[in-house]
Write a protein that binds this ligand. Structure first.
Ligand SMILES: Nc1nc2c(ncn2[C@@H]2O[C@@H]3COP(=O)(O)O[C@H]4[C@@H](O)[C@H](n5cnc6c(=O)[nH]c(N)nc65)O[C@@H]4COP(=O)(O)O[C@H]3[C@H]2O)c(=O)[nH]1
Length: 912
């Protein structure tokens, strides 16, 4: 999404406040109080309090009412009981009075009969009526009873002692006359003169006074009774139990009032009503058991409490459930809000743009468009529109190009099928035009969220890295990697279309001299200029790559199948490179050697083409440089041929080492002649291989293979040992002593044990070290200068001399040359071959001779074939020579002959 983009689903997600300020926090606390899960329990507490207050209020009222009712009942019962007792006592006293009167009138014996006659006696079932005389003897009784002496009984004593005029009520008792409890109501009987004449007695069962007890009124534990003024209970009934004799504190029984207190005989709390029965010294008491009286209230109270309890429990349960639910809801709301706030804060701080998009559905169920619901600040920047303006806009109205570039379709797919859409694209719309963006579209409820990031910097960095990985720092040209890539692409294309392509390997001649002589900066400058010039010769589709050092490769796609058609371009390139260049204030000149291969003729893959172009380039160098060479098959034998050849070589080496006749390997020796004396002073040992089937194989061919395969180490050691032995054999044969020089290949030279192997060869052959010379190449030494020089010094210390073969081809730096412990320089035969005609080669030969002499080295020229060459070399003070002019490499016997005859080389001019 560039200029304008997709958008948020829930505005809160991206537009919400990033953090709550203190005021908002206060508001949040207040709103917390209003939350159901807080407010509801508070309200419930109020309800519970009200419920219980009401319950207790009614309980209290009911209790008061119940108590009042109990008091009223008690009062009413005691009133009734008082009336009953008053009547009963009055009846008893009436009987006493009648009895007294009758005794006073009729005497004790006739009194009862008179009263019985007049039906004035109370029923004998309940009452015993008796008369005691002044001596205390019961003289009459109804019902009749045996005579009894009551003279010592209290009531008798009381009445005899004084005439109170009031009846006397005894305590309830049992005695020897009667086992059942009873009490006596008595009155004094006087004689006519008013003196004590006896006692009228009414004996009553105490149950008589409590017979008014009714369960319906007094209940099961009600109390009914009479108490004497002395505080002793005369009769007391509780339920079915009747008792007497208890003592009561009369001070605590206020007359006329109803009190609530623990009572006799069982300590139960009762409503107690008390009435004094005047004239008899008795008190009537009625008690109603508090528990019984309050039972209705207790039930009611239980009902109230149960109701309130159940109400409370139900309320609390409901409130707990609702509050728990509300708390859960609030908690998840809080979490969601926090998540939203966090998300909003994060999205605001994000470098990504967020667009929450709501899907707009078409009637057929497809996605018609997306409506922008919310965005963040970064989205504003990317879209170039404020959030408010974007909100509600349709995506494809804002960015119509999205319908065409696939972004809308991708988002619609996410909305329909889920999954995630991720992609990078190059924005085309303002204000992000030209920038690289990355989008991630994820589905959400009701739409999608698009997260967009500006990845331009990363893209540019990637491009820079890719460019760096594919280009050469110095010249800015494609490097080896890119060349290979393009080559492979072009090969694939050419294969597909049946085209040809050309690959040119270019190596600068003489670059090292300039680089070492004028410095690296000059060398770099030269490479840049040459690179530019070559590039200028090419078409747009061609590739010029720098391969490293002074090597360049040209890839020319779409060329004709005929290699020769490239000749004009190659000539143009050659001239462009050869033109003088101004570097480090000097005009310098380099040339180039080019090797050309054609696809598909010279190879079908990149490796083969590069290898063959390299081989052709070397052939061009060998051919005198500053030219180009088309690849010819024989430059590189095929891999299969190489393997067969290598196998043959190994077999020959093994056979030769085993000493088998006709092993195939041998050494021939080419004499080296001192130009001043014309005498042979040494020979160069040269390997020969006679293949059992193919006949002689060129050393250049098999030595290269041996070098590549590593077999050269063994092969070279064999040559070294053989040459040493041979030289020692010549010496032993009494021939003039000569030196033998042996070629050492790069692998041999690099081998750790070289010095030890040389020492062993000398020791085993018995050849003095100074009769052995090792020939090493310049390029070999330059591979690892320090190590090479160290090894050379070891050999020198041993007494073995060293010469540099092919001197002039490897661009050794002069300063390095000075440090080589060598005794001889060999002018390469490539410079010798055209010595007569080529002034350049002449200059080089002269320079090498002069340089060698300045460094106190001997100089030998190889490949001398003609008298002219010989004459030139001699004229220019070359010390020694080697070549067909004097002798080809020959077998050892021929050398022996030469030495034996002490043959001298006499050049033609000298001979003439
Ligand atoms: N055109 C021409 N050529 C002449 C003339 N005089 C000598 N030659 C040839 O020049 C080569 C000189 O040997 P090199 O440069 O060391 O070049 C040698 C050397 O690098 C390598 N080589 C030969 N024998 C050995 C060996 O025992 N060990 C190692 N490591 N390399 C060897 O093989 C290369 C080729 O050896 P050869 O084919 O024997 O080729 C020899 C020799 O036959 C002449 O006047 N004209």
């Amino acid at each position: 999404m560039n200029a304008r983009l997709p958008a948020p689903r829930r505005s809160a997600i991206v537009s919400g406040p990033p953090a709550a300020p203190p005021r908002a926090r206060l508001g949040r606390k207040l709103s917390l109080v209003l939350e159901t899960y807080v407010a509801l329990p508070l309200f419930a507490l109020v309800l519970v309090a009200a419920l219980w207050t009401t319950a207790f209020h009614f309980i209290d009222k009911e209790q008061r009412d119940a108590r009042q009712a109990a008091r009223d009942d008690t009062r009413e019962l005691v009133d009734t009981y008082e009336a009953q007792m008053a009547r009963s006592l009055a009846g008893i006293d009436q009987t006493l009075k009648l009895l007294k009167y009758a005794v006073e009138q009729d005497g004790a014996s006739g009194a009862l009969a008179t009263l019985r006659r007049q039906s004035l006696l109370p029923p004998s079932v309940l009452f015993t009526v008796a008369v005691a005389n002044r001596d205390g003897l019961v003289v009459a009784s109804n019902p009749p009873a045996r005579p009894l002496d009551v003279s010592r009984v209290t009531y008798f004593l009381v009445h005899r002692a004084a005439d109170g005029g009031v009846p006397y009520v005894s305590q309830t008792l049992t005695d020897r006359t009667k086992a059942e409890p009873h009490l006596h109501f008595t009155r004094r009987i006087n004689d006519a003169s008013g003196r004590f004449a006896g006692v009228a007695i009414v004996e009553v069962d105490p149950g008589y006074f409590t017979s008014a007890y009714e369960h319906g009124r007094e209940g099961e534990r009600g109390l009914l009774g009479l108490v004497g003024a002395d505080g002793v209970v005369r009769a007391l009934r509780v339920g079915e139990q009747t008792s007497w004799g208890q003592r009561i504190d009369l001070a605590r029984l206020p007359d006329g009032q109803v009190s609530l207190a623990p009572t006799i005989p069982d300590g139960l709390t009762r409503f107690l009503g008390v009435r004094r029965l005047h004239g008899y010294g008795l008190i009537a008491i009625v008690g109603l058991d508090a528990d019984e009286q309050m039972a209705g209230f207790a039930r009611q109270r239980s009902a109230w409490l149960a109701g309130a309890g159940i109400g409370t429990a139900v309320l609390l349960l409901v409130v707990t459930l609702v509050s728990a639910w509300s708390w859960q809801v609030a908690r998840s709301r809080r979490r969601e809000r926090r998540a939203q706030e966090t998300y909003a804060a994060a999205s605001e701080a994000s470098v990504d743009a967020f667009f929450v998009l709501r899907t707009v559905w078409a009637a057929d169920g497809t996605v018609a468009d997306f409506a922008i619901e919310a965005t963040n600040s970064r989205a504003e920047e990317m879209a170039g529109l404020p959030k408010e303006a974007m909100r509600g806009m349709l995506l494809c109205e804002m960015l119509p190009s999205y319908r065409r570039n696939g972004i809308f379709d991708a988002a619609a797919k996410v909305a329909l099928e889920g999954g995630v859409d991720q992609a990078e694209w190059h924005a085309q719309a303002y204000p992000m035009r030209g920038r690289w963006l990355h989008r991630q579209v994820v589905p959400v409820e009701g739409g999608v969220v698009a997260i967009v990031r500006d990845i331009t910097e990363r893209k540019q960095a990637e491009e820079r890295i890719v460019h760096m990985a594919h280009h050469d720092d110095l010249t800015g040209l494609p490097n080896r990697t890119l060349l290979r890539l393009r080559l492979e692409q072009n090969i694939a294309q050419a294969a597909h279309k049946g085209w040809s392509l050309a690959l040119v390997f270019v190596d600068l001649d003489g670059f090292k001299l300039i680089n070492d002589g004028l410095g690296h900066n000059a060398g770099d400058e030269l490479l840049k200029v040459v690179g530019k010039r070559m590039r200028a010769c090419l078409r747009r589709g061609d590739t010029l790559a720098r391969f490293g050092g002074d090597e360049f490769v040209l890839l020319l796609p779409g060329v004709g199948a005929k290699a020769q058609s490239l000749a004009p371009l190659l000539e143009k390139l050659r001239q462009a490179v050869h033109a003088p260049v101004q570097v480090a204030g000097q005009s310098v000149q380099v040339s180039c050697s080019m090797g050309v291969v054609m696809y598909p003729r010279d190879g079908l893959d990149a490796n083969t083409l590069l290898m063959n172009a390299d081989a052709a380039m070397y052939r061009a160098k060998d051919g005198g440089r500053n030219n180009y060479q088309f690849y010819a098959r024989e430059m590189n034998a095929s891999g299969e041929e190489n393997l067969i050849l290598l196998d043959g070589l190994r077999q020959s080496l093994e056979a030769t080492l085993a000493g088998a006749p006709g092993g195939g390997l041998s050494l021939c020796y080419q004499p080296k002649v001192d130009l001043k004396t014309g005498r042979v002073f040494g020979v160069e040992a040269l390997l020969r291989w006679h293949h059992p089937e193919h006949g002689p194989v060129s050393p250049q061919r098999f030595i290269g293979l041996a070098e590549e395969s590593g077999m050269i180490v063994e092969l070279g050691e064999w040559a070294l040992r053989t040459a040493c032995r041979q030289n020692q054999a010549w010496r032993a044969a009494g021939l003039p002593p000569i030196t033998v020089s042996v070629n050492v290949s790069p692998r041999q030279f690099e081998e750790r044990k070289l010095v030890a192997r040389v020492a062993a060869a000398l020791r085993d052959s018995g050849l003095p070290p100074d009769a052995l010379e090792l020939e090493v190449t310049e390029s070999l030494i330059m591979r690892d200068l320090a190590q090479s020089v160290a090894k050379m010094r070891d050999l020198e210390a041993m007494g073995v001399s060293l010469s540099i073969d092919d001197f002039g081809t490897g661009y050794s730096s002069l300063s390095a040359l000075k440090s080589f412990p060598i005794s001889r320089l060999k002018i390469d035969k490539s410079f010798v071959s055209e010595l007569a005609a080529n002034p350049d080669d002449q200059a080089i030969a002269m320079a090498v001779i002069s340089l060698g002499h300045k460094l106190h080295l001997r100089v030998i020229a190889e490949g001398v074939e003609t008298e002219e060459q010989c004459a030139f070399l001699r004229a220019n003070d070359c010390d020694e020579m080697q070549g067909y002019l004097f002798s080809r490499p020959v077998p050892p016997a021929r050398i022996a002959e030469l030495l034996a005859t002490a043959q001298q080389f006499v050049p033609a001019e000298v001979a003439a």
